[in-house]
Design a protein around this ligand. Structure first.
Ligand code: F0G
Length: 448
């Protein structure tokens, strides 16, 4: 049906493969309930001959779409007419070469980059996805939207909903969200519902609410969100003068990013815009390590889309029996039933990926290092560096390989974790404040 359209939606399950127009809004395949992908008829789209052609758009920054770090690459996510694109200047992010940190963790100079997505308008990578999904929401005429969130999604949805003049409700687990984020959702005018449960409970409820009340869902189940998140990889290539790195390291929660990154590289290779695909390392928190468990211990694989669902169902049944609720200081990735699991398996297949889990001590130590040597980040983002250290120790990543760690969220999201880490002096890099009487001589003494 969709042959002549530039873009269409398609179920990822090869036994279903149903196709739908982009003028419709679903968050699951209406035929079989599996995940939906955005597919492109590339022959209908004028794509650039080489990635560096996109660089010309730096010179036209007063064009709002060229200014956006997402829409600058619009031919590669070509599902929406330009006049319907919602942008608030997202994607002005930074690929920082960090030799001091590289040396500290035993890598060669020039090999480590930090992609700081905290620089987005709402403070996390989510804005890359929201600009795309809200543009789609506008295409389908949605008036009201909702999401479940561990924090960043709620802030990003609330911000973009405001700019799209849509009503917005965010569902968060009671006591499971950093205050910096809760404050944003309230400030941007979203209705905030705190559910007595964890993120997985919120995710389940929000899907039911969106179905019942016909609201537009903005979690990464929404395939249009992932189209926007592909551009994080384009910007990493841009920051490396269009050279493909050896490794991308990213924290894994609901697994939208890893899924989007795999899709980005698959498409670029298909289009002949890159000559090789980097490897992907996805890092779970040990307290929320579903992906690591399923991939490394239970041998779950993409298998050309014919995934062994029994492995997943059995594991989830075990979690239910144990009444398991995930716990980690990296609240953003405190998720035990990641909705994009299957697409992530595909990304692992495409990118010859690996999965590791790191504990909270390793995450907070890594966070302190990124603070000390880099630009800082929130706890979940630091899982990427902690994971890189593990993979260097295992000699899976070599010290002279080019690595980009994606720092997904801003360092001011969760100051409690940071201040406690330093004050409690328990971490390898704790830098506690010193108390002083209000007396000049004593202050000077303390400074020596
Ligand atoms: N890093 C940060 C800072 C996040 O906020 C999230 C997810 C992730 C990593 C995980 O990304 O889902 O693509 O694997 N946060 C969601 C939220 C769940 O509600 O803000 P993923």
């Amino acid at each position: 049906m969709a042959e002549k359209q530039k873009a269409f939606q398609k179920c990822i399950n090869p036994d279903c493969g149903a196709e739908f127009s982009c003028a419709e809004a679903f968050f699951k395949c209406p035929k079989c309930g599996d995940l939906l992908d955005i597919k492109y008829n590339w022959s209908e789209i004028e794509t650039p001959k080489k990635m560096s052609d996109f660089a010309k758009r730096w010179a036209a920054k007063n064009n709002r779409l060229d200014f956006s770090g997402v829409w600058r690459f619009r031919e590669l996510l070509n599902f929406c007419p330009d006049d319907l694109k919602i942008s608030i200047g997202e994607g002005q992010t930074l690929l920082q070469k960090n030799d001091m940190l590289a040396e500290f963790i035993g890598m060669k100079p020039g090999c480590l980059r930090l992609q700081y997505e905290g620089l987005n308008p709402s403070g996390s990578f989510k804005d890359n996805g929201m600009t795309a999904a809200f543009s789609h929401a506008k295409m389908v005429g949605a008036k009201s939207c909702a999401c479940a969130s561990t924090g960043n999604t709620s802030a990003a949805v609330a911000l973009y909903a405001h700019h799209s003049q849509m009503k917005c409700t965010v569902f968060i687990g009671s006591g499971r969200i950093a205050f910096g984020k809760l404050s944003q959702a309230m400030d941007y005018g979203a209705k905030t519902i705190q559910i007595m449960g964890d993120f997985d409970d919120c995710m389940k409820q929000v899907q039911a609410v969106c179905t019942e009340l016909k609201l537009y869902l903005l979690n990464s189940l929404n395939p249009f969100r992932l189209e926007g998140q592909k551009t994080i990889m384009y910007r990493i290539l841009e920051g490396l003068d269009w050279k493909v790195p050896d490794w991308i390291v990213v924290p894994g929660g609901n697994l939208g990013n890893s899924s989007a990154f795999g899709k980005a590289f698959f498409e670029l290779k298909q289009l002949g815009l890159i000559d090789r695909i980097p490897r992907l390392a996805i890092i779970n928190a040990a307290g929320a390590d579903t992906l690591a468990e399923l991939v490394n211990k239970r041998n779950l694989k993409w298998n050309d889309g014919k995934i062994d669902n029994k492995i997943i169902h059995d594991f989830y049944a075990e979690l239910t029996t144990k009444k398991f609720s995930p716990h980690t200081c990296a609240s953003a990735i405190e998720i035990s039933r990641p909705v994009n699991l299957k697409k992530c398996l595909r990304a692992i297949d495409v990118c010859n990926g690996v999965v590791r889990a790191v504990n909270d001590q390793a995450i907070t130590d890594a966070k302190a290092l990124i603070g000390k040597f880099g630009l800082g980040c929130e706890p979940a983002s630091a899982a990427s560096l902690a994971g890189l250290e593990v993979l260097l120790a295992e000699k899976i990543i070599k010290p002279d390989e080019t690595v980009a760690c994606v720092l997904t969220g801003h360092c001011l999201k969760d100051p409690n974790v940071t201040v406690n880490y330093h004050k409690e002096k328990g971490g390898r890099y704790s830098n506690p404040p010193v108390e002083s009487p209000n007396d000049l001589q004593q202050i000077i003494k303390l400074m020596s």
